[in-house]
Design a protein around this ligand. Structure first.
Ligand code: ZN
Ligand code: ZN
Length: 135
């Protein structure tokens, strides 16, 4: 967990946000994340009270109790959250910089696409390890 402030925004700039307490980035290769993004999802979580958003976002169902948020204007994917937890994940592509944030590894590798290989040497999990979970 990094105790510094990070700033991010969507593609069109209508939504901006700042976050503290960001945890490691995890790459999720599950079927739902692949359908949503067209490839796979990167996400790093923090507590809901550590993310401050300005601008209009729209939440949509993801899977189970999970949902994801987009900019209401340009549709940029910005956040992922599970309604049953107190955490929310920032999708790091929107961050101005990610200095100091580590990458934890890959989760749901058992559902990854057949058209790519994972060969970056990071840990891989068929589902997910405890440290990749929000709480
Ligand atoms: Zn936007
Ligand atoms: Zn996923």
């Amino acid at each position: 967990m990094v105790d510094r402030e990070y700033n991010g925004k969507c593609l069109c700039g209508a939504v901006s946000y700042r976050a503290t307490g960001l945890a490691d980035i995890w790459y999720c290769h599950c079927t739902q994340c692949r359908s949503l993004t067209g490839h796979f999802l990167a996400a790093c979580r923090t507590r809901r009270d550590r993310l401050f958003v300005s601008g209009d976002i729209v939440w949509s169902p993801h899977s189970g109790a999970a949902e994801h948020a987009r900019c209401a204007q340009c549709g940029s994917l910005l956040f992922w959250a599970n309604r049953s937890t107190n955490s929310i994940s920032v999708l790091p592509g929107g961050l101005e910089n990610t200095d100091g944030i580590d990458v934890g590894g890959h989760i749901f590798v058992s559902e990854k696409g057949g058209y790519y290989e994972i060969d970056d040497g990071l840990p891989q999990f068929d589902r997910y390890p405890a440290e990749a979970l929000g709480n």
